[in-house]
Design a protein around this ligand. Sequence first.
Ligand code: APR
Length: 282
Amino acid sequence: MHTLRALVWQRFRETLQSSKHIVVIAGAGLSAASGIPTFRGGGGMWRSLDAMSLATPEAFEENPSLVWQFYHYRRTKAAEARPNAAHEVIAKMSAPAYLKKVAPSAASFHLVTQNVDTLSRVIFPDSVFEMHGRIFDVRCTGACGHVYEDRAEPLCAALGAADAEFASYEDAGTKRIDIADKELPRCPKCGALARPGVVWFGERPYHLPEINGIVFKADMCLVVGTSSTVLPASTFAYRVQRHGGKVAVFNLDPGERDERADFVFRGPCEKVLPDIFPELAA
Ligand code: APR
């Protein structure tokens, strides 16, 4: 192995060994190897539309049919996906017996994920905070505000029929299909139009008081597969650093804040994490 790389790995492992409160901040790159498209960079487009422009309350207000088709696509991807080797390593860290092997001084370990694919929850017990919600949740837009999990695929007949118009999900780009509001998912309680139960731009993330407490206490923050461009998650790592904690970034691509990190591990996290922690790999 390259000597410099081996030294950095060793220094990181030593720092982790003395860490007491560890938090992982995860983003779309964590699930990329599970086949879930990221928002930015390669794969950040859907039907030649910028994925981010669809994840807003305004986009839903303007064109619920289009936004529902985008989320139908993402739900299908999430339903097919299985946790990858990076999820496995992080899941093992959450188990005290394994955590002790790599961080014997640790008193707490938490995962805060921006991902809505539920892949971390599949293998995690309770220590995951899904701050942007869950892709399989559906929320009433009416006064009743009912939120419920619905894993049906398709969620309604019209979304299934729209799929049939395309040879594959990936080439879904060319054709506009307008589904009437009354054929889109409706609230089972009051019949109003329902929306994806995820957090969109401009909306308040879930679990913020708990997450702020975790970030406030953490002395080690692993930032895995996120472009760190979306507030408030983009601030967590540097809040940890501001009170004396360390930051380790795991990302495929360079990021604007990398130079402030204590450790940067460039590469696919599903490869880098098992390489650094062979004792946590499957
Ligand atoms: N391993 C590590 N990093 C990866 C991998 C991989 N296999 N594949 C991609 N990446 C990196 C990309 O280089 C990019 O920096 O993961 C990052 C993904 O960034 P985004 O697509 O911006 O996703 P994320 O940071 O999770 O976005 C935050 O923005 O659109 C909203 O609500 C949405 O939760 C999302 C939030």
